[in-house]
Design a protein around this ligand. Sequence first.
Ligand SMILES: [Zn+2]
Length: 243
Amino acid sequence: MKVKRYKKVNKNLRFFINNYGFRQPYQILTDGTFCYSALNNKINIADNIPRYLHGEIKVLTTQCAIIEMENLGSKLNGALKILKQYGVHKCGHEGKPISAAKCFLKMLGNSNENHYVIATQDRDLQNKVRTIPGVPLLYLHLKTPVLEKPSDVSLNDAKKKISILGESEKRELEELKKQSHIDDKPKRRKRKGPNPLSCKKKKSKPTINNPITKKEPVEKSKRKRIKIPKHVREMLLKTNEEK
Ligand SMILES: [Zn+2]
């Protein structure tokens, strides 16, 4: 895997490790659409995903997801076979199966307490998963697995938590936001000149561009985060399709 791509995966994964307590083996809650796509693209989930995430995984599904695939007919037998290999987590719908999407959302609840990573190609489910904080989303882009960057809901939620946490986590979140272009804060303080306090010791070094001084306004002002508009999200989805 290319180093650049690994860094990106690692960064996204670390967000969930640091802010939501994800640990190995990562629990990959998988539906039939993901298996179907894996089969079509000749991806071996148990082989490729751990390599991609650089960590151990446990692939899981639910009875509802299996029954849904069974009901879709013999065309999906291959994918069904793959899905049936995985551990079946109790979802509480035994005897009264619901759709895989609804089932997974129930499994996630409001806060994804069990630290599931959702693996699905179902666009609708993906969109809903993005509205729950702390849920990593995994999908296949042809032959390439993609662990999506944290949704803005996750970023905002983590920021709230971080406001009572340490400085290092704060910096990490800022960096993630810069990456995802959420932080549209105009650059301020540039013309104010160096911080007089930090200049006393080292007069020779100007501190105008010191990244530390730039970060100061963030903790002072409790700005309301701007939600990414719906059309942007749709655009992102479209980009995926085009690729
Ligand atoms: Zn279920």
